[in-house]
Design a protein around this ligand. Sequence first.
Ligand code: CDP
Length: 205
Amino acid sequence: MTAFTVAIDGPAAAGKGTISKAVADRFGFAHLDTGLLYRAVGRRVLDGADAVEAAGQLEADDLDRGDLRTPEVSRAASRVAADPGVRAALAAFQRRFARRAGGAVLDGRDIGTVICPEAEVKLFVTASDETRARRRFEELRGKGLETSFETVLADQRARDAQDAGRADAPLAVAGDAVVIDTTEMTIEAAVGRAVAEIERVRRSV
Ligand code: CDP
């Protein structure tokens, strides 16, 4: 089977991960959560490493760590993600992954705009600030983390502003992306919308 890339971008906690996994399962595509790469670099920087060096030396074990989804690592990920040297070090791996045979789903911030502008399907998944913060708050609480909704919302706003405001590969909607606003949608409906778009494109290629 030939390459077929689904690029799913969007702000923090918009539901990209859930939609990506469901779509990958449904079509038998490989899935790469590119946020995890930046989280792993951020984690290593918190442990004292140099950001660009850490990005150049990432190993599978770095991505398997159980402590990559904490608020502290989210902030560190967004900081290292503004460094063009870090982004450059991670780009080739993501591009190879995107064009692998059999199809691939990549979710992140710049997949449809920078990493894979030739992706067959580009989705931009978003939701209101409050809805996203509510989902993330419940996810963190579910993991036993003590936090408040206000803290999660403030953290998220700061990170979105940093991600959208950086000079290199900022969070942005690709001109040819289909926008899915999940504010008023169930996860099933959002997945259904993504699946329908992929099926539409698959019929036409
Ligand atoms: O799960 P959530 O949407 O909150 O974040 P994530 O997708 O795991 O990404 C963590 C951070 O990595 C983001 O805030 C971005 O700064 C950065 N990132 C990026 O710059 N480019 C990507 N393709 C993916 C993530």
